[in-house]
Design a protein around this ligand. Structure first.
Ligand code: SAM
Ligand code: DTB
Ligand code: SF4
Length: 343
């Protein structure tokens, strides 16, 4: 019997009621079920390490209410031009030496301009040539741009839906939820793996968190990577100011873990990434997230523009929890099962 024949096809027909029922489970029951799903499909003691680099920082025309890089926000961030290819490759070499498996490059663009694509392609080829997996997040993509990235060998494209379709317009007004889905389609059609998730703690309701996971789990194919970020409050952004000045409450730790657990159950084969927000998260909460099925993190002392826990803190946490960095690429069975799901 081949591996492919034994694999379950991930469900894409979840109802909102089913996702809501998962969220409503007693916490320990939810955690137990998520851990069972995790163990059935992944090496539960292994966590993938990814490193982020902002290759083009600040001055973004979009108005995402959480983002330090929006030109609509006075955050004190200095806007920069696109980095030189050599400097990006030097940074990728450092990430590899520090044990990272994937190098994720982010640009504060609404969409890449065609004149930027040559440099972008050189970055993908150079980082891949070092034996690192590549991921890019550059905003909206036209089909021909997605095809160019695919031809360059880009492994993943990150493009988040961020929140529920209903809450989206409260967070971002310069593009729509439908725009996001359109780019995700172009990425899929080009044959690039999809990295798509969002942010918890943006003043959304439990119903919005249900809608967020439901939207991801009912995509025609589940994203291969699902980043779950906790809002990092940045002074000068709409949402950062609301959080710091307290009309908006910080996401409750247990509710955050619930979101990770429901994502794990609804998308069993995907890598679920415990993403932004770890710097202010206790070790115990992070441990619960790993128990709930998170199996990927951003390591290093910086995300794109904000701080991160740092390699030393992560090594100490892994030692304490008995976790290991994932060796090499994520299991082939993940990709095979995704392929099978579309047959
Ligand atoms: N401009 C591109 C885009 O929006 O698709 C790529 C860069 S953008 C910074 C990538 C993702 O980072 C966003 O979609 C959002 O989910 C996450 N993010 C940005 N700022 C954040 C913050 N303050 N806290 C948590 N997540 C954040
Ligand atoms: C994602 O979902 N989280 C990462 C990555 N995709 C590109 C970005 C987090 C950014 C956090 C805020 C900052 O550092 O600017
Ligand atoms: Fe621009 Fe991306 Fe930040 Fe939105 S999240 S303002 S698109 S960099």
């Amino acid at each position: 019997m081949t591996l492919q024949m034994t694999l379950p096809v991930p469900r894409a027909d979840w109802t909102r009621a089913e996702i809501a029922e998962l969220f409503d489970l007693p916490f320990t029951e939810l955690l137990f079920r998520a851990a069972e799903v995790h163990r059935a499909h992944h090496a539960a003691g292994e966590v993938q390490l990814c490193t982020l680099l902002s290759i083009k920082t600040g001055g973004c025309p979009e108005d995402c209410g959480y983002c330090s890089q929006s030109a609509n926000h006075e955050t004190g961030l200095k806007a920069d031009k696109l980095m030189a290819v050599d400097a990006v490759l030097a940074s990728a070499a450092e990430a590899k030496a520090a044990g990272s498996q994937r190098f994720c490059m982010g640009a504060a663009w609404r969409n890449p301009k065609d004149r930027d694509m040559d440099a972008i392609v050189q970055m993908v080829e150079g980082v891949r040539g070092m034996g690192l997996e590549t991921c890019m997040t550059l905003g909206m993509l036209a089909p021909r741009q997605a095809d160019r990235l695919a031809a360059a060998g880009l492994d993943y494209y990150n493009h988040n839906i961020d929140t529920s379709p209903e809450h989206y317009g409260n967070v971002i007004t310069t593009r729509t939820f439908a725009d996001r889905l359109e780019t995700l389609e172009h990425v899929r059609e080009a044959g690039i793996n999809v990295c798509c998730g969002g942010i918890v703690g943006m003043g959304e309701t439990r119903g919005d968190r249900v809608g967020f996971v439901h939207a991801l789990a009912t995509l025609p194919r589940h994203p291969e990577s699902v980043p779950v970020n906790a809002l990092v409050p940045v002074r000068g952004t709409v949402l950062g100011d609301l959080l710091v000045d307290t009309p908006m409450a910080k996401i409750d730790d247990i509710e955050f873990v619930r979101t990770v657990a429901v994502a794990r159950i609804a998308m069993p084969l995907s890598m679920v990434r415990l993403s932004a927000g770890r710097e202010s998260m206790s070790e115990a909460t992070q441990a619960l997230c790993f128990m709930a099925g998170a199996n990927s993190i951003f390591t290093g002392d910086k995300l794109l523009t904000t701080g991160n826990a740092g390699g030393g803190a992560d090594a100490a946490l892994f030692a304490k929890l008995g976790l290991r960095p994932m060796a090499g690429e994520e299991p082939m069975r993940v990709k095979q099962a995704h392929l099978e799901a579309t047959e």
